[in-house]
Design a protein around this ligand. Sequence first.
Ligand code: OKP
Ligand code: ZN
Length: 340
Amino acid sequence: MITIYSMAHRLHDPSWEVLDGERVAHLEKPGRAEAVVDRIRELSLGPIRPPEKSPKALIERVHSSEMVSFLAKASTLWQASGRTGEATPYVWRQPRATGRPSHVDGLIGSFATDLATPITSTTWEAVLESAATAVSGAHLLLAGEPFAFALCRPPGHHAGRDFYGGYCYLNNAALAAELLCDHGQVAIIDIDYHHGNGTQDIFYHRNDVAYVSVHADPATTFPYYSGYPSERGEGQGFGANRNITIPAQAANQVWLNALENAVVFTRRHRPRFLVISIGLDTCAADPLGQLTLRSVDYARIGELIGREGVPTLYVLEGGYEKHGTAASLANVILSHQETL
Ligand code: OKP
Ligand code: ZN
């Protein structure tokens, strides 16, 4: 297994977010990715290489040019307005409103979905490198690798075509899938604790990339407004989107059964490539997720996915307790590797 990893993620180190109505230290910290790469080295899970492919052309296909140019200049606009802190919205676009304000406060609220996704002066550089990490991982599959891991940070699955949020700016897994779908059918399996509302949005009208997600019921869990089983895709994409919800505190076996159903769903789409949005916020120690998956359960994940015998790119999403994240991810990789 080859890991793609860049230290440039350290450039993105947001200081605060709002949780339960309180201003708290941001959970999506550089130490997460560092713990994962340390564990991969420690266990000698394979070579670790920097991203070498540009994500530029794929970013243009996946995201709106309006959002991309805003993200690229957000920090500059923020500073030009005399602010010193991290760029965050305080107002959001109301339903059906179409105005395109020029002030950064109005502009930022028309793309951001929450107050958890701040932009610092070096965020964009890290975001581009995270995108390059996923795209470089996808190139490995095109070159014949059966199994690769894109150690992305910041994560991506909450970033849609023209919105960003949930710690995500550009959708890394979607960028990888967009490249791969030029060479055959793709299925994305999203096993983060949270629904990948951004990934669903990007492929909702398409059938060349199927999307299936196992996640905590959005009726009670972030991102709240999408991720319901009734969302099955539209037009050409009808039937190529599937949401499998579980109770926020589901038993481990309930979660694993849902994963088995997700894998069965992807078979109907005969994927030539699998992209796994892997979040480790399903583990017992996680401060956001309320599940209790253990090492045996993570070993089962790698086994279930590896047995499909399809070239697979894992893309890192959430996981906010760094030791649990690193250990759980390593268990997935080890068990997937055993199926090869
Ligand atoms: C990102 B990923 C919970 C608030 C949660 C943002 C969660 C982002 C999760 N009270 N706010 O899917 O791991
Ligand atoms: Zn998550």
